[in-house]
Structure formats: C-alpha cells, structure tokens
Write a protein that binds this ligand. Structure first.
Ligand code: ZN
Length: 96
C-alpha cells in the first residue's frame, strides 16, 4: 500500500485496489478486492451527453478505472467516485 499522490493530476496511471464494488460497472469485474488502474479523472457533467452518463451531483469528480479482463483479454472500464479515496475505499498500491 502507498499514500495517495499529493496532486490529483498524478492519479491517472496509478494502480489501486477497491475496498467496495464500483457503483458504475457494466462488466461486474470491479468488485471489492479487485486491482485496477486509474485511467483518468472525469467530472460527472462531462459524461452527460456520452454513452455512459454518471448519476448524482454533476459537479462531482469520478475516476475512470480500467483493467485487463481475464476472460476476454480486452480492457474494461468502470467509474468510482473520487471521494472514495478520502473514505479509504480506494487503496493506492506501490509502484512496481
Ligand atoms: Zn471481458
């Protein structure tokens, strides 16, 4: 385990483990205990017109996660609230 990066701009690219199932997950892989990579930070409002619009406070920040699927080999995506970092529901892993 490692501390969260000091700057939010440094979140993308980091490996994390989830302590709770991702609320926005269409493939069911982003469950408690799963390790994924932070792909980018996104504001809910910016997904409004896209294929995957995030619910709730449109000013809230989310993290788009991805991971390589063990079943089909493709990269899948899910979203978790960025607030989960402060709540301890997202744990940063040491860089290899
Ligand atoms: Zn798959």
């Amino acid at each position: 385990m490692a501390d969260a990066p000091r700057f939010k701009k440094d979140y993308p690219g980091k490996q994390i483990t989830l302590r709770q199932d991702a609320p926005e997950d269409r493939c069911g892989l982003f469950i408690a205990g799963a390790t994924a990579r932070i792909d980018r930070r996104v504001k809910a409002r910016d997904t409004m017109l896209g294929p995957w619009s995030l619910p709730g406070d449109q000013d809230a920040w989310w993290l788009r996660l991805n991971l390589r699927c063990p079943h089909c080999g493709h990269t899948h995506e899910a979203f978790v609230p960025e607030a989960w970092i402060a709540q301890g529901l997202i744990v940063f892993l040491d860089e290899e």
